[in-house]
Design a protein around this ligand. Structure first.
Ligand code: GLA
Length: 392
C-alpha cells in the first residue's frame, strides 16, 4: 500500500489540504491475444494486483492540476484549455509533458460528457505498476483518474465508458495508436478471473483462470527493456494489418480465418502476409484458450502460450533477445507455457509454472540473463485482481 500513501503525501504537498478521496485502478497482464485488439479481434487479459492511485479533490475554480511521483513538477491548465490542447495532431507530440497527457486526456475525454459547469480538480498520482514493462501502467493511470473524475464530476459511468475515455486519452491526447484491451482489462478487472473481450462488440465474459486451485502461478519476467508505443514498430505493425485487411477486401482482420491464408499469401508481400498470419492465428488461439480453460482448466493452455510466442517472434517480429531468453529458459526449466506479453519490443514475458517451481525457474532466468550480459530482470507473480475502486 505504499503507492496509496505516496499519492496522499504528494497531494498534501501539492495542495496543503486533504483530498476528497483516493481512487485506484490496476495494471494488467495479457494471458493471450496480442495485437488482435485493434484488428477488432479477441483478447484474454486480466487485471493484476499492482495499482495506480489518484488522490484527488474538487477545486473552487476551473483549473485542473496534476502531479505525479514520477515527475519533478505538476502541470496545471484550465479546463477550457483542454479543448485547445487536445486532440494532439497526428504525428506530433502532446503540448504537455507526456505523463500528464494520460491524466489530462482523460479529463478532456470525460469533460466532453459534462453538461453543466465544469469543476476544477487537483490530482496527485503514485503507482506500483512497473512503467514500460508491458503491464499497462498507462491504462492504470487512466483508470484511476477516470474513476476519480467520474465521482467528483458525478458522471455515473460504467466500466466500459471509463475504458473508452482512457482509450481516447491514449489515442488522441498521448498519440499512441493502441487498441482498447488495456483499458478494458483494467476497468473490468475481477479477482480470480480473466476478461475475455470481443474488441469489435466490446462484449466481455469473465473466464476463471483456475490457477490457484490447480497449484499454478503466473510469473512475470520484466526484462527492464523499456518500450513506447507512440512511435515506431507498433504503428508499423498496425499499418501492415490494415494493409492486409484492405488487400483481402475485408473491414478488419477479425473477418478472416485460417481458411483465408492461402489467398492472403497470393495477394500480399511476404512481410505483410506474416503480420496477417499472426493476427488470424492469434485470434484462434484466444478462442482455443478460453475453451480449454473452461473444459480442461489451466494446465491445458501451455502449448497455446508457446505457439503465441513463436508467432510473435517469427511472424509479427515484435520479440527481442531478452524476451526469447526469458521464454526459452522458463520452458527448459519446466514451465507449462510461456510467451511475451503486451505490445512487444521490450517489456515482459509471462510463464505459467507449478507453485513449487517459482523460485527455481526465476533463478534459472536470472542466471541466463547474467550469462547473456542482459540487465537483470525483475521477476514476480501476478494474480487476477479487481478493477477501479475508491480506496479512501
Ligand atoms: C499494447 C496496446 C494494446 C495492445 C497490445 C498488444 O499493450 O496498448 O492496445 O494492442 O499492445 O496486444
Amino acid at each position: 500500500m505504499t503507492a496509496l500513501h505516496d499519492a496522499r503525501t504528494l497531494f498534501a504537498d501539492l495542495t496543503g489540504r486533504e483530498q476528497d478521496g483516493v481512487w485506484s485502478a490496476p495494471g494488467r497482464v495479457n494471458l493471450i491475444g496480442e495485437h488482435t485488439d485493434y484488428n477488432e479481434g479477441f483478447v484474454l487479459p486480466f487485471a493484476i494486483q499492482h495499482r495506480t492511485f489518484a488522490a484527488a479533490a474538487a477545486r473552487d475554480d476551473d483549473r485542473i492540476r496534476v502531479a505525479s511521483t514520477f515527475a519533478d513538477h505538476p502541470v496545471e491548465v484550465s479546463l477550457g484549455d483542454l479543448k485547445t490542447l487536445f486532440p494532439t495532431a497526428p504525428g506530433t507530440i502532446p503540448a504537455v509533458p507526456e505523463w500528464s497527457a494520460y491524466a489530462l486526456g482523460v479529463a478532456w475525454a470525460l469533460g466532453a460528457l459534462r453538461v453543466d459547469a465544469p469543476i476544477g480538480v487537483d490530482i496527485a498520482i503514485a503507482s506500483d505498476v512497473p512503467v514500460g514493462a508491458g503491464l499497462s501502467s498507462s491504462a492504470a493511470i487512466e483508470g484511476a483518474v477516470a474513476a476519480a473524475l467520474d465521482e467528483l464530476w458525478a458522471l455515473g459511468l460504467d466500466p466500459v465508458a471509463l475504458a473508452q475515455a482512457g482509450r481516447r486519452a491514449e489515442n488522441e491526447a498521448v498519440g499512441a495508436p493502441t487498441g482498447i484491451m488495456d483499458q478494458m482489462a483494467s476497468t473490468l478487472g475481477r479477482a480470480d478471473a480473466a476478461t475475455f473481450l470481443d474488441c469489435r462488440t466490446l462484449e466481455t465474459r469473465s473466464i476463471p483462470t483456475g490457477f490457484e486451485a490447480a497449484g499454478l502461478e503466473l510469473l512475470v519476467i520484466d526484462t527492464q527493456v523499456k518500450h513506447a508505443h507512440s512511435t515506431g514498430g507498433y504503428r508499423e505493425r498496425r499499418d501492415a494489418c490494415e494493409r492486409g485487411a484492405a488487400l483481402l477486401g475485408i473491414r478488419s482482420l477479425r473477418d478472416a480465418t485460417t481458411a483465408d491464408l492461402p489467398r492472403a499469401a497470393e495477394l500480399m508481400d511476404d512481410t505483410t502476409f506474416r503480420r496477417v498470419r499472426h493476427v488470424i492465428t492469434e485470434n484462434q488461439r484466444v478462442l482455443d484458450t478460453v475453451s480449454v480453460l473452461e473444459t480442461e482448466g489451466p494446465r491445458g493452455i501451455g502449448d497455446l502460450l508457446v505457439a503465441s510466442h513463436a508467432s510473435m517472434r517469427d511472424d509479427f517480429e515484435i520479440s527481442i533477445a531478452e524476451l526469447d531468453t526469458a521464454v526459452d529458459t522458463a520452458l527448459a526449466q519446466g514451465a507449462l507455457g510461456a510467451r511475451m506479453t503486451g505490445g512487444g519490443f521490450g517489456g515482459a514475458a509471462i510463464a505459467l509454472v507449478e507453485r513449487s517451481q517459482v523460485a527455481p525457474i526465476a533463478d534459472a532466468v536470472e542466471r541466463a540473463f547474467a550469462e547473456a550480459r542482459f540487465t537483470a530482470p525483475h521477476i514476480f507473480t501476478v494474480t487476477p485482481s479487481d478493477g477501479p475502486r475508491r480506496d479512501t
